[in-house]
Design a protein around this ligand. Structure first.
Ligand SMILES: [Zn+2]
Length: 205
């Protein structure tokens, strides 16, 4: 089966480094605006976008190393990822390697039939644990591949909407985390880029 050229699900290039480094918050939800920005408003595992559903209810803050195994990492930014509710549920309390590093174009390929192929052991583990190749997930992925392809051929405005950033980009400069290891990261946030006229209307990766 050939690799898909669909632009609906393009995993980020690697290596990646986190832009932000807030710490000292006493609750997980305070990390949400940082994680939304860090993970480009998409689920780190399946790449579902906020703009494809009702974002507020649809996305969770996920611990890739389970809090049951490492309670000390419960409020550690580097152990938190942005994931859709369904992926978070399916992963449950199983620990995996950092998806920020593993869920990348070097590690995961999309096939024309909607299946994902793990190109590394860690990526294969994540695909299995999060059940990214379940019949439901493949159906869902194929549907969106077709919707995006249709828009790509027939309706450029719709394509831009499907691949657009959300309207409510978080202004990270207005936040005051107790500590921030990477304070310069806010200048590279989507909000700051939009303010500087530097943010494209839509994004593929
Ligand atoms: Zn997901």
């Amino acid at each position: 089966m050939a690799k898909s050229s669909s632009i609906a699900f393009v995993y980020p290039n690697s290596p990646r480094e986190r832009k932000h480094g807030p710490s000292g918050y006493k609750d997980v939800q305070s990390f949400r605006p940082w994680l939304r920005d860090e993970f480009d408003f998409r689920c780190v595992y399946c790449l579902k976008r906020e703009s494809w559903g009702t974002a507020k209810e649809g996305f969770d803050i996920e611990h890739f190393v389970s809090s049951m195994v490492a309670p000390d990492k419960r409020l550690s930014y580097s152990n938190l990822v942005y994931a859709c509710h369904e992926c978070n549920l399916r992963k449950g309390s199983t620990s995996v390697n950092d998806p920020f590093e593993c869920c990348t174009a070097n590690n995961i390929a999309l096939l024309e039939n909607g299946m994902l192929v793990g190109l590394s052991r860690n990526a294969r583990l994540i695909i299995a644990v999060v059940a990214l190749n379940s019949p439901n997930m493949i159906r869902w992925r194929l549907l969106w591949m077709q919707i995006v392809e249709l828009a790509q051929t027939h309706d450029f405005e719709l394509l831009n909407q499907l691949l657009a950033y959300p309207h409510n980009l978080p202004d990270l400069t207005a936040l005051t985390p107790p500590r921030n290891e990477k304070p310069e990261g806010v200048n590279d946030s989507h909000y700051a880029r939009k303010r500087n006229g530097d943010l494209p209307a839509s994004y593929i990766v």
